[in-house]
Design a protein around this ligand. Structure first.
Ligand code: URA
Length: 247
């Protein structure tokens, strides 16, 4: 159960103060009945109306973003732009988090959600959700790199689990890497161990979810129900209802 003013704010983009005012003015209905108490507790599945139109208040939101270079994978920062700064106000009323951070200079698939269970499953050290990256190196990768990645690799503080390295035959500086963990700077550190520097890095997929090529740098959209179900399935979570239903 959630406070009505919070749900109205989440579903309409109004500030909490504006939502309270709208409720007190009798502009809000719950299950078709006019209400006036902003503090009233309402189930996420209750049908809420504002000025006669049904509000969609998803319990959780799941956003895919094509993270641009130079933006932090954080929810707030005093001096630098974060991925949340790229989202419209309506999402900022939620307790959003980034499921699997990318370095400031890494681009590509970023999942942003307020669903703590999914976030936890995707980012926990035990998570085996595969992540696919495209890396461009300062020098060509070769068969010995492939074998080293496949064997797992001792880094300064942990042993990286076996990873799959695919090398582009026509440009061996370009590689696809699939890892099952998400440790800090993992890809860059694995290549560094092989004496190679990652010049650019882009995440293409995570837990079976592929970057939507239509988004473009800095673009975002909510996941489809099928995409959410796919992620839940990969993480061993039960699917829940995404959108509030009318009474
Ligand atoms: N590995 C890295 O080195 N950096 C990232 O941003 C993601 C994976």
């Amino acid at each position: 159960m959630t406070r009505l003013d919070k749900l109205v704010s989440m579903g309409s983009g109004l500030s909490r103060t504006e939502a309270k005012k709208a409720i007190r003015q009798g502009r809000v209905t719950v299950c078709g009945r006019k209400v006036s108490d902003p503090d009233m507790k309402v189930g996420e599945q209750a049908g809420i109306g504002l000025d006669g139109a049904a509000l969609k208040v998803p319990e959780y939101v799941y956003i895919m973003m094509d993270k641009p270079e130079g933006v932090l994978s954080a929810t707030e920062d005093k001096s630098q732009q974060t991925v949340l700064d790229l989202l419209p106000e309506i999402y900022k009323k939620r307790d959003l988090g980034v499921a699997g951070r990318l370095d400031k200079d890494t681009t590509g698939l970023l999942l942003i959600t307020d669903d703590g269970s999914l976030n936890h499953r995707l980012t926990s050290p035990k998570s085996k959700a595969g992540k696919l990256y495209k890396a461009y190196l300062d020098m060509p990768a070769d068969q010995s790199d492939k074998e080293a990645f496949a064997c797992g690799m001792q880094l300064s503080d942990f042993i990286a689990a076996p990873a799959v390295l695919e090398i582009n035959e026509s440009d061996p500086r370009e590689c696809l890497v699939t890892i099952s963990e998400g440790k800090y700077h993992q890809i860059k550190r694995m290549f560094a161990k092989r004496g190679k520097t990652v010049v650019s890095l882009r995440r293409l997929a995570c837990a079976g979810l592929y970057m939507d090529p239509e988004l473009g740098s800095g673009g975002f959209r909510e996941l489809t129900d099928e995409e959410i179900a796919g992620l839940f399935d990969k993480c061993g979570l039960k699917a829940t209802k995404k959108i509030s239903k009318n009474c």
